[in-house]
Design a protein around this ligand. Structure first.
Ligand code: GSH
Length: 232
């Protein structure tokens, strides 16, 4: 049985980490049985990030590499029939969400004081003292350093919001009135899209990104469709 190591659910979402949520949604859409280990211990993760999986003694980290591994081991029911052109578009959107929009969303959760209070409460309040006080401080400092390292954190809040909103518009424009990103059936791109869009739309973090996503009604309908399809 695949063991999925991830953070515990938070913010009323299956996972407040879009990468963990993406992988869990993928496992469900692909019909692969798994056991979720919601301990969220980043220090035990081989790359110090979650998710990672254990499968038959093999440990694989990084949601994208895990999906590649799962496809090679268990087949590719979601993407197997895609054309090279569709695969190229899927990869470009995946990178848009994971390497760009993600950092704009991280900024909305960890930087403004009001959002930070909600993030701290959701992610750290269940830890016993003194971890409850230390981890938020260490975690926030780490995330702010990552934002600087990526480069997103060097822009003004206004610039970051404008960039994130453009990404969200691109997703909505490409989705159009299709049921799923690449047509009538969900593919692995939908695991990514649902995870990243729901994490902006449905997390209780008031931000210009969420306002923008809310102003594009097909996105909420899409997330509901995905939720119904995968059950989380
Ligand atoms: N490329 C990785 C990214 C995973 C990632 O960024 N995970 C974040 C949570 S959303 C994490 O574990 N962060 C812990 C940290 O930075 O300390 C993947 O696709 O799995």
């Amino acid at each position: 049985m695949i063991r999925l190591h991830q953070f515990a659910p938070a913010f009323g979402l299956p996972n407040a980490s879009p990468f963990c949520m993406k992988l869990e949604v993928y496992l469900r859409l692909a019909g692969l049985p798994y056991e979720a280990v919601n301990i969220g211990d980043v220090l035990k993760a081989p790359k110090r990030k979650l998710p990672y999986i254990e499968d038959d003694g093999k440990i694989v980290a990084d949601s994208g590499l895990i999906i590649d591994y799962l496809k090679s081991r268990y087949g590719d029911p979601l993407d197997g029939a895609l054309s090279n052109e569709e695969k190229a578009v899927a990869l470009a959107f995946q990178r848009l969400m994971e390497e760009h929009l993600y950092w704009a969303a991280v900024h909305t959760r960890w930087v403004p004081d009001a959002a930070w209070r909600a993030t701290r409460e959701a992610f750290f309040s269940s830890y016993p003292a003194p971890l409850r006080w230390i981890l938020p401080y260490v975690g926030r400092r780490g995330l702010l350093a990552q934002l600087q390292g990526h480069g997103m954190g060097r822009h003004s809040a206004q610039e970051i919001h404008a960039m994130g909103c453009r990404d969200i518009s691109a997703i909505a424009d490409f989705l159009g009135d299709k049921p799923f990103m690449l047509g009538a059936q969900p593919t692995s791109l939908d695991a990514t899209t649902y995870a990243f869009v729901a994490n902006i739309l449905w997390a209780p973090i008031d931000s210009p990104l969420r306002e923008h996503a809310r102003a594009l009604p097909p996105l909420d309908a899409y997330c509901r469709r995905m939720k119904e399809r995968c059950g989380i």
